[in-house]
Every structure is written in C-alpha cells, then in structure tokens.
Design a protein around this ligand. Sequence first.
Ligand code: 13P
Length: 250
Amino acid sequence: MRTRLVVANWKMNGSFALLDEMLSILEPLMDKTASEVVLCPPDVLLSSMKSAVEGTQIAVGAQNVHSEVSGAFTGETSAGLLQECGVQWCIVGHSERRNLFAETDEFIRSKTETLLKHGIRPILCIGESLEQREAGKHEEVVIAQLGKGLAGLAVDDQNRCVVAYEPIWAIGTGKTATPEEANSMHKIIRKELESLASPEVAEKMQILYGGSVNAENAETLLSQSEIDGALVGGASLKTAAFPQIVVAGS
Ligand code: 13P
C-alpha cells in the first residue's frame, strides 16, 4: 500500500507571513489526514520552515538544487545547504526548469544523484506539451524522460524517488487532465517502471499527478487507483484550498 503524498510547489511565490499562516492551518489537520505533506517554498524560507515544522508531520521540500556540491555557480543552492535547512524532498525536472532554464535530462539526472547522496528524496517531474499530446507522442515523451531520469540507479535509490506526472498543458491553465487520462498515463508509467527498475520498485513508487489540482477536483483525482498524490502549484498558496487538498479522500 502506497502512502498518499501531497506536495506544495510554491514556485516564486509566497512570503514569511504566508508560511506561518499555512503551517498554523495545516498542523492541526495532520492527524486527520492519511497523506504525507511536503511544502516546497522558495529557498529563503527553508531555514524558517525547518524550525517551524519541528515536531510536526509536515516535511520541508525544495524546488531546485545544483548538481555540483559547491563552487562558482552564482545564484545556485547546494544539496549540502538544503540538507542543513532540513530539506527531505526536492523537485527536479519541473517543466518550468526544463523549458525556461533549458535543463536537459542529463543535468536533471545528475541533480537526482546529488540529492540521493545527500539523503534528500527527489520528486522527478515528467510530462508532455500540448503539441506532443496532439501529435500522439505523449507516451513516448514521458517514457523517455522517465528512463533518462531513473535508469541505472541502484534499487535503494530508485526506491527513494517519487515521480510526478505533470502534463504541461495542465499547469497553471485551469485545464486538468481528466481523472481517466491521468490514471491511464500513471498506469503506463508504472508499467514502464517494471522493466526500467523492477516490479517491486514499480509497485512501491508513488506517482503524483500535477496540473491545476484544486480543492474541487482533488478528491476525484486522488481516488484513482494509480494516483498516489498530488503536486500542487497555484492552489497550494491558498489557505482555503491547500488544506482541503491535504484532507481530500482521508
Ligand atoms: P498548478 O497547480 O498551478 O497548475 O501548477 C502545477 C505545478 O506546476 C506543480 O509543480
């Protein structure tokens, strides 16, 4: 049985005040939900978040990391520093980083390895563009991203990874994949994991859905057999919405 995982990706949004407010609403809900909850705020909030969530069930996540452990990489953050900030999870391969910052599968793969060496669990994002879906290439694209992200990792490392399927056309557009569309893509991903890794890894790995998840659609999406959680953008900044997603289906 896979534990449900709900991850907030604040992107370049939020504030110290919003973090305090969100945590004060989430904390009392944690014993009412079966979900694991991870909040990924911008890096400057991580250290405050580490102190604020101490003793709670809420985990600290980051949105990005550099693959190198240190050096002349102005503006970047190392996995070692993330670890010092109590970071347990980190998003890699988000489509915004792939497209706006030209991150390649190879770079994403090396970030994943660096995170694993620092005891931080990677959340590997994969997903097709609208153009690729309309051309019927979505399965091929997603399978290629998955393979380049995870192939060749040791089994213990694969077991520490989570995959997030985020169709680009559903991100920030209000257009969600239907629960059936999302579930069928998750099935394809899990099937691929069987050959890429092993049936055991495939069975255990949490596959999250992301793309316009909100308080209204969370329950239906999360009730699909192959959807093990959600990676939430816009709605994770709303104190009226994110807590509802956290308790959806509990
Ligand atoms: P939205 O929930 O705003 O569509 O964003 C999804 C996302 O990109 C999460 O990583």
